[in-house]
Design a protein around this ligand. Sequence first.
Ligand code: TTP
Ligand code: MG
Length: 355
Amino acid sequence: MRKIIHVDMDAFFAAIEIREDPSLKGKCLIVGGSPNSRGVVSTCSYEARKFGVHSAMPCSQAWRLCPQAIFVRPNFGLYREASAQIREVLNRYTPLVEPVSLDEAYLDVTANLINEPDSMVIARRIKQEILEKTRLTCSVGVSFNKFLAKIGSELQKPDGLSQITPENAPEILFALPIGKFHGIGNVTAAKMQKMGIHTGADLYEWSAADLANHFGKMGLFFYNAVRGIDEREVISYREPKSISCEHTFNEDISDMQELVQNLKELVERLVIRMHNKQIQGKTIMLKIKYENFELITRSYSLSQSTADEKTILKHAQKLLVENWDESRKIRLLGVGLSRLDLGSDASGEQLFLDI
Ligand code: TTP
Ligand code: MG
């Protein structure tokens, strides 16, 4: 049986703002856009939540619900800094840390770096160390799979610690309102309510086939989840070393124009992916596979990182022209970038949208 821990910071952005300006403590604090703007609430203090304010709500609505609230704009630099400190703490316990967002991560501590068999001991130490390092509280769930660890971390927020064991899991799951099941969003929850599924106990009554019928693959996930079964592994994040796109042609190509056209399309695809992942890179790589499967890669390094389509295409094309042995047909072409800058899209807000 695995030992999984889920850590989730309490009112993360708001807690950091309060730490920076203690006069905000105990007040209704809303982090996000300005009250009369079209922006939304990123998060708010627990005091503001009592008035019904929550993440993703339009600021104007939050203002109506809680006119005394203090609105502050997000400081992403601070949030990233705290997130890195938290990650440092977590990494001391296991190499299997899977960050979900800036303020949330799963850990697999089945085997761990301090050789502690009791995951509750580890959880308490993590809470204490995060508090010491960041002066922020978090809530932690301890269980034997990711689904239950996540539920555990929400059971006693803020500053909570809960353990879900095979013994207490049925009781907790059966009583859980369906909207609190991780993975069940508003739309699915509404659909389930209509089907008479309001709690875990209701969900438990449904067969795998019927759930699959109504909810596809997720239906099967829910069927298992309510039985305390979730086989998903904790996957530690590794920063990508490179990003690339390649294409194997239907027929081997020996025409330069055709090759350049294909290269253009590859670069287009590459740039979209880089843009979505907010990645820039310094070294442009070209990969050529000849008809006899012989593979060559060539690269060119720029002095500065780029994600610019024209720049990448220009250098990739140059690499192709300079390195292609024209007496041989090409079977596959690939283009990519390495020496990457991650999340380097100047504005913090862009990076944040990835959460
Ligand atoms: P959450 O962990 O969902 O919320 P939280 O940490 O503020 O509060 P809780 O105590 O309930 O965990 O999200 C973490 C941060 O991510 C949150 O502080 C702000 C940001 N965020 C948004 O900007 N928009 C959103 O819609 C959500 C859900 C979060
Ligand atoms: Mg949180």
